[in-house]
Write a protein that binds this ligand. Structure first.
Ligand code: 13P
Length: 257
């Protein structure tokens, strides 16, 4: 982390877990860990039906709420889809775009990710853009090239003002949900590649201010050493974010405790 230029962010991704009836207990358990917004930004990306309840429940803990996906369209005849303006209206400030589970299981392409990033920005949602390589791609040694292509495509055609809203998450696919996180050194290497992509596309000032999170089996035990790297500005936490005590410990790690 480099708190001089970037406020750390600890984000949770609940994926398709939790119910509205569980929000209050979670918020009560997390409350003691909530931190003044100036030290660390905390975000929970919840299933869409939980956004309004989560926005209410987490307000007093100063935890922002985000969606996990959005339609590339603002409205229309798209049965079952959820638009950015709907998420915004329900209380979301952020939205995850291009998570590997959506790329792998729902066929999201780099071009679609780019359209979704623009759809999010158009309605005032801040995108958390996910990139990352599979195990096979890692073995082939193409991680840097792959994440460069993914990020370049995702951020193409934005204004500098829009680019300043972005959060980037490096999530190696092989590390997600496996209990095997990448090493701090490996993550730092990829994070610096990603920052260079932003620098080349939108200039040094935007790159310096862009938060790059790590995701993939981040937990209360490995968070400190991952967050100690200069280009890792926080985490996108899956499994551990379902447990308020573990999530609280990761927030504490971001504060250097
Ligand atoms: P895990 O923390 O469960 O590995 O999930 C990471 C993730 O996919 C967050 O978006």
């Amino acid at each position: 982390m480099n708190p001089r230029y970037r406020k750390p962010m600890i984000a949770g991704n609940w994926k398709m877990n939790m119910l509205a009836s569980e929000l209050k207990a979670y918020a009560d358990a997390l409350k003691p860990a909530s931190v003044p917004a100036k030290w660390c930004e905390t975000l929970l990306c919840v299933p869409a039906p939980l956004v309004p309840g989560a926005a209410r429940a987490f307000k007093s803990c100063r935890v922002a709420v985000g969606g996990q996906n959005l339609s590339e369209y603002a409205s229309g005849a798209y049965t079952g889809e959820i638009s950015g303006p709907m998420l915004r209206d329900a209380g979301a400030e952020y939205v995850i775009v291009g998570h590997s589970e959506r790329r792998a299981m729902f066929g999201e392409t780099d071009e679609e990710v780019n359209r979704k990033v623009k759809a999010a920005l158009d309605c005032g949602l801040k995108p958390v853009i996910c990139v990352g390589e599979t195990r096979a791609q890692k073995m082939l040694g193409v991680t840097a090239e792959l994440v460069t292509l993914q990020l370049r495509a995702a951020v193409s055609g934005l204004t500098v003002r829009e680019a300043k809203q972005l959060v980037v998450a490096y999530e190696p696919v092989w590390a997600i949900g496996t209990g095997m996180s990448s090493t701090p050194e490996e993550v730092e290497q990829v994070a610096s590649v990603l920052r260079a992509v932003i620098r080349r596309t939108y200039g040094a000032a935007v790159a310096r201010g862009t938060r790059i999170l790590y995701g993939g089996s981040m937990n209360e035990k490995n968070a400190s050493e991952l967050l100690a790297q200069p280009d890792i500005d926080g985490g996108l936490v899956g499994g551990a974010s379902l447990h308020p005590d573990k999530f609280a410990q990761i927030i504490a790690a971001a504060r250097g405790e």
